[in-house]
Write a protein that binds this ligand. Structure first.
Ligand code: RTP
Ligand code: MG
Length: 148
């Protein structure tokens, strides 16, 4: 099954939004595969946001993402990238629709509660940046819970 990397950023963790965010993905029918609180290092942050290294906001972005613990997660499901990015909402919370995580819980582009991988290839790179091989020794739920 396809999987993606989602991360509740330091503002979301500090504001106590972990439970609410997890609930949205669970209720959608996606499967949580791995999760942990992590204090992101500068090196990890720079690797994670490598594509933005030439942008004017890069320094600010690294400072923000390393400012406190984040909650790193792996979720699995069909069309996982499209589905999770739709639930996250547009990057700029001002444009994000109500009902999305950013639309409901954020106000500023630079402080927007959640990260979601933009394609399956980035997801695998991001998973490798944040999770060890042992942490990925996970299981998948049966398709139908009654089947055990
Ligand atoms: P993310 O990677 O966090 O899921 O967000 P995204 O794909 O929607 O947006 P992306 O273009 O990858 O940008 C990554 C993060 O950089 C911050 N940002 N700040 N100040 C700005 O103009 C600006 N633009 C982007 C945001 O926190 C965004 O989520
Ligand atoms: Mg992105």
């Amino acid at each position: 099954m396809e999987r993606t990397f989602l991360m509740i950023k330091p503002d979301g963790v500090q504001r106590g939004l972990i439970g609410k965010v997890i609930q949205r993905f669970e209720e959608k029918g996606l499967q949580l595969v791995a999760a942990k609180l992590v204090q992101i290092t500068m090196a990890q942050a720079a690797a994670h946001y490598e594509e933005h290294r030439d942008k004017p906001f890069f320094g600010e972005l690294l400072e923000y993402i390393t400012s406190g613990p984040s909650f790193a997660m792996i979720w699995a499901g069909e069309e996982i990238i499209q589905v999770t990015r739709a639930i996250n909402g547009k990057t700029n919370p001002v444009e994000a629709a109500p009902g999305t995580i950013r639309g409901d819980y954020a106000l500023r582009k630079g402080v927007n509660v959640i990260h979601g991988s933009d394609c399956l290839e980035s997801a695998e790179k991001e998973i490798a940046n944040f999770f060890t091989h042992e942490e990925l020794a996970c299981f998948l739920y049966p398709a139908d819970p009654k089947e055990g």
